[in-house]
Structures are given as structure tokens and as C-alpha cells.
Design a protein around this ligand. Sequence first.
Ligand code: AMP
Length: 219
Amino acid sequence: MRILLLGPPGCGKGTQAKLLCKKFGWEHIGTGDLLREAMRKQTPVGLRAQPFVDKGNLVPDELVNDLIAERFAREDRPAAFVMDGYPRTLAQAEAFDGILAKVGKALDIAFLIDVPDEAIVKRVCGRWSCPKLGCKATYHTHNNPPLVAGVCNDCGVALVQRADDSAETVTARLVVYHKDTERLIPYYHARGILVRVEGGGEVKGVFGRITESLGKVCN
Ligand code: AMP
């Protein structure tokens, strides 16, 4: 399957993408993760992206489009994948269609994980993740707490919070979401591939709703 996850910051795209990829063996492609890795390594892409990410703004379209085009131009490009956080603008959605068309593919489903703005700040400020390379497990103080507070279940390493998960930056990211990314909802709806999923409650419940919809689409 070729899937993308849409929704406001903190709606659980990353968590659901990881669960889907673990269950079905698909590739998880998260532009936020790719950019954070580039910023950590201070590559040219990372240095360009940093001021945008720090303020909660979108990085320029061409920067993320190039990252994704590179991944799909490679021989080992994924046949099945979950896009997490890309595309986020109409220009990116059109570029992504072109990238997929070049390799004779198209998206199967765009899931919109619906969470109201009022719930977002609380959610994002409770997010923690494992900093260990290759682990990237994510937790939430309310919805998905680790077994021992502040420690990764898998690695035993101290969990960290993202620099752009402050209340102030999240508010800026929500404004950007409503202005730019929400325009993708009618775009994918018009294609008949948009599936809206209630994103409230526990991680397991949301995952159940996503896999149930997948089952219906596949049958
Ligand atoms: P995320 O981890 O998906 O919430 O992304 C974190 C930050 O990375 C966003 O607030 C943006 O600054 C940047 N970013 C990630 N994906 C994109 C994208 N597709 N287009 C533009 N900026 C992005």
C-alpha cells in the first residue's frame, strides 16, 4: 500500500506511521525525522532547514521535494510506504504526484487523523521520544506513557522532548497547518482517496480505526 498521513501537529502521524510499518513491513518516510537528522548532522540541508523548523514554519517546498525525489529515484525505492508529514502544501502534493508517476505509481489512501486544536497543545507538550539512533520510540505522558517515567521501554535511555514542541511553537505550527496543509483535504477528497479517522483517545484505538479502514479498502 502507498499511504499518506495528514493531520495537525501532534495528531499522532509519526506514532501511527511506525505502528503501520511495524505491522505490515512498509517503509516509514517522515520528512520531520529526515530534517531533524540533517540538522543534528549539520548538513547543508539541515543548516538551511533549522531557522524554519525552530520557528514552527514550513521549510521551502523545493528542499523537501528534493529529499523525497532522491529517495524515490533510488533503485531500492519503497514499493509500499507511509508518508508522515509530507506533502504539507499543494505544491508538494503536486510534486509528489509527479515523483510517483515517474516510477509508475500513485497513492492509494490519504488518512486524515482528526484532532481538534484545543487538544493539540496538551498533546504535543506531553510528547517524549527515545534519542537513540535506530530506535526513535515515542511516548506520551497521558496517552502512551513509558513503563518507567522518562525512560525508553526498549533501550533504557533517558527520553527527550523536541525543541519545537513548546506551546509557543506548536501554536505557530497549527496556524501553518490551517493555512497551508488543510488545502490538501479537498485535493485528496476530490480524488476519492481521503479517509477521515477520529484521532482522539488512545493510540491503540486510533490504530484500530486505521487498520479497520485499510481492511475495507483492501477487500
Ligand atoms: P514534523 O516532525 O512532521 O512535525 O515536522 C517538524 C518540522 O519540520 C515542521 O514544523 C517543519 O518546520 C518541518 N517540516 C517537516 N516536513 C515538512 C514538509 N513536508 N514541508 C515543510 N516543512 C516540513
